[in-house]
Design a protein around this ligand. Sequence first.
Ligand code: PA5
Length: 445
Amino acid sequence: MIKLDISKALVSAEKVAAFEGKVAEAQQALENGTCAGNDFLGWLHLPSSISAEFMTELQDCAQTLRENCDTVVVAGIGGSYLGARAVIEALSNSFQWLTNNGENPTILFAGNNIGEDYLYELTEYLKGKKFGVINISKSGTTTETALAFRLLKKQCEDQRGKEMAKKVIVAITDAKKGAARVTADKEGYASFIIPDNVGGRFSVLTPVGLLPIAVAGFDIAKLVKGAADMEVATAASVPFSENICAQYAAVRNALYQEGKKIEILVNFQPKLHFMNEWWKQLYGESEGKDGKGIFPAAVDFSTDLHSMGQWIQEGERTIFETVVSIEEPEYKLLFPADEENLDGLNFLAGKRVDEVNKMAELGTQLAHVDGGVPNMRLIVPRLDEYNLGQIIYFFEKACGFSGLILGVNPFNQPGVEAYKKNMFALLGKPGYEKETEAIKARLAR
Ligand code: PA5
């Protein structure tokens, strides 16, 4: 199992223990469904409730896409995007996931921005490709995703014909409402439902994440098993001191009380970049409300030690770090000896690249702790489906605890609507006439 090391968190055991009651209360409220946002608790026992039949249904759909596509575009944004991308990037060959390696389709992502060049270049790239689309949107009305899907649907139909398009376009959306549902039903696309009681950022273990991950060729059964084992390892019956979700939630809230307002999620493996992005959304959208919340930031080390390292070492002392540390890489690569030793690196000859990386990690921890940056480490034996499943569930449950301890509703995101209202008003969307007038008047002032 993955482990949490809080020994360098620079917070006393008493302060952490002081949160035991609050964590227990939060966990009880989650289990009893009595907390704020209790209509969005479907993620809590999701891993242990996924049936073998459902997994087979997902695998069959993934197989249809794999057999009929060299490229699959996953359209979605926020919670309908980041989890799948995080897992696929973490498990893929760094240089092959964007280029078909012959066994698995290339997975591309769209609908997560409105960049004209991005969409133009995507449509150009897809010319002549046997591509399919997974259209993911819980509401079924998200503009970024809907716009990309409109382009992709037309291109797919034009390139592959209406009949094949029906086979290679899949919708993952609400059971009844939203444009994505209407289109899927009318066109006869295969579709999966996003459960009502699972919010976007907690949905990676629903078809939202599982289908794209299966299409990419990864073992979703192992991913779910990892999450299910973490569900058991962090159950309400597990004592506070052994429950890593409870410990993480307690430490971060204790640090927040001491003025540590920013948490930086750190990795030392570039493949984890999008896990950082997924985590930022999970914690940012869950906690940042009512004028409260730790600001979730993220860095890729050692890359960002050469950009953000200075700030972290000596900037304002309002930060703490959580490092996702991978114990054993997939491959072995040794530094060769060099007779001339012009670069002076013979002291590393015969050593593994990872040994140097681990010393960078340890050296950074020592330096940052010396600099007054509390440090937690999530220790992960290796980067595989099983451990990623554990990481996902660990962060989700700890987020539920943390948000409730903070006193916010961790499962809504009312603030996300503000920009949408303005954008629709500015674009003259039907139904927004009053807002359009108000915004025009405001801009004219
Ligand atoms: O976590 C969330 O709820 C959001 O990030 C949504 O996932 C995101 O806004 C996309 O919404 P939808 O799936 O409705 O298109």
